[in-house]
Design a protein around this ligand. Structure first.
Ligand code: N2P
Length: 407
């Protein structure tokens, strides 16, 4: 990815400067105030501006009469380590932070209501039915001026799920793919070379039977496993057709005996060598890669870009309909949208951000890593998120339960 945002903001700044300069130059001479008058006008204007600022700060404080508490529900390993403490220090808002393992778990909480959470982080695949089902609150956009930092191209894509971008503020994005510990995989495969289609490593029993000995890890949820399985079978990964879910189940049954780990937190399994191949999230695989390096471990983790594409996911901050602290939630969203704050997550966790203004603060090696910010050629092949009907989610859940049980 090129550092266009820098050029763009430079262009915007330059244009603004040029316009200001033109304005001053074109000021009619007859109307120009004397230097003394001009000083008095400037003083009056600045006093008025300070008064207005003080009034608006006071008004904001008066309007936000919520207790200084914010309850956040996020995925594991998905936040920069100092983000919450910095936010608390600056705002005095105490954050209670809990994690969930999969979209199904979060969805069930939202459907049940009274979750007690003020901010949640649904994947786009579930967010559509949460919006349509009235489970989320509209963002109070005037309270979140930093929304302007977001990449319009990504927001345009997210509008497929959230028309008008009224409910969702992208937290991070990545894709589901295959990751390997290459040395271990090559050893376990023996004379069999790596396949051209890397999905074979997790879905074809000829490969999984050999890789069983060094450990295969899968994500743990119906909507994380069945869509890539359908994709591998050449079907629509977001098919609502129960026959497609069953076809995926029949294929998965053949590899079930070879899978060692089901987990939404497989970073240490990969970094520590318990798993040599994973069906997982590219972001977590990149974290595992860095963690192995930090631990001076011999394990080298490679994030693979399947030639048929991975499955992109967008996770967004959203406010449950019955949140008790929506204003604090808006304060947090605006804080997260500061370029340096969004960049801190991407720098620490290798998850891509939709905050265009933050890219200049992301380490060059991450901006240029095409397994994080996928390059155009690979992006074209990736599958964009879509949504499932309630019936499809239920059908996939049945197929998945059977699969996991191994029956
Ligand atoms: C990061 C969690 C990724 C969330 N560990 C995938 N939707």
């Amino acid at each position: 990815m090129k550092r266009n945002p820098l050029l763009l903001s430079l262009f915007v700044t330059l244009s603004a400067l040029a316009m200001t300069a033109c304005g001053e130059k074109n000021q009619p001479v007859a109307n120009a105030p004397s230097p003394a008058a001009s000083h008095a006008v400037a003083q009056a204007a600045s006093a008025a501006a300070s008064a207005a600022l003080a009034a608006s700060v006071a008004a904001a404080a008066a309007v936000n009469n919520e207790e200084k508490v914010l309850n956040i529900y996020n995925w594991p390993d998905y936040i920069a380590s100092d983000l919450i403490s910095n936010f608390e220090k600056e705002t005095g808002i105490k954050v209670n932070y809990q994690t969930f393992e999969n979209n199904e778990g979060l969805h069930a909480k939202l459907v049940a209501g009274n979750s007690g959470f003020d901010l949640v982080v649904p994947g786009a695949v579930f967010a559509k039915s949460q919006i349509d089902g009235g489970l989320l609150m509209k963002l109070d956009k005037p309270k979140i001026p930093n929304l302007s930092n977001l990449d319009p191209a990504i927001m345009g894509k997210l509008a497929a799920v959230d028309p008008g971008n009224d409910y969702l503020m992208p937290w991070a994005w990545s894709y589901t793919t295959v990751g390997i510990n290459k040395a271990k995989v090559l050893k376990a495969l023996g004379s069999t070379p790596l396949p051209d289609n890397v999905w074979e490593l997790v879905f074809n029993p000829t490969y999984t039977a050999k890789l069983k000995s060094c450990g295969i890890a899968y994500l743990d949820s119906p909507t994380e496993v069945i869509p890539p399985a359908m994709h591998y079978l050449g079907k629509n990964p977001y098919s609502n057709d129960a026959a497609d879910h069953q076809a995926a189940g029949a294929m998965l049954a053949k590899v079930r005996p070879h899978i060692r780990i089901f987990s939404s937190t497989m970073i240490d399994d990969l970094a520590g060598g318990k798993a040599c191949v994973a069906l997982g999230w590219a972001g977590d695989m990149n974290i595992a890669r860095s963690r192995a390096v930090e631990n001076k471990s011999p394990n080298v983790i490679d994030v693979l870009l399947p030639r048929s594409g991975g499955l992109i996911f967008f996770d967004s901050l959203a406010i449950p309909k019955d949140a008790q602290h929506p204003k604090n939630a808006a304060t947090f969203i605006n804080y997260y949208l500061r370029p340096e704050v969004s960049a801190s997550l991407t720098n620490e966790l290798a998850y891509a951000t939709a905050n265009k203004a933050s890219l200049v603060k992301v380490k060059p090696e991450i901006v240029e890593n095409k397994t994080v910010f996928v390059d155009e050629e690979n992006l074209k092949k990736m599958v964009s998120p879509s949504s499932f009907s309630n019936e499809a989610r239920e059908s996939m859940s049945n197929v998945y339960t059977q699969f996991k049980k191994g029956k």
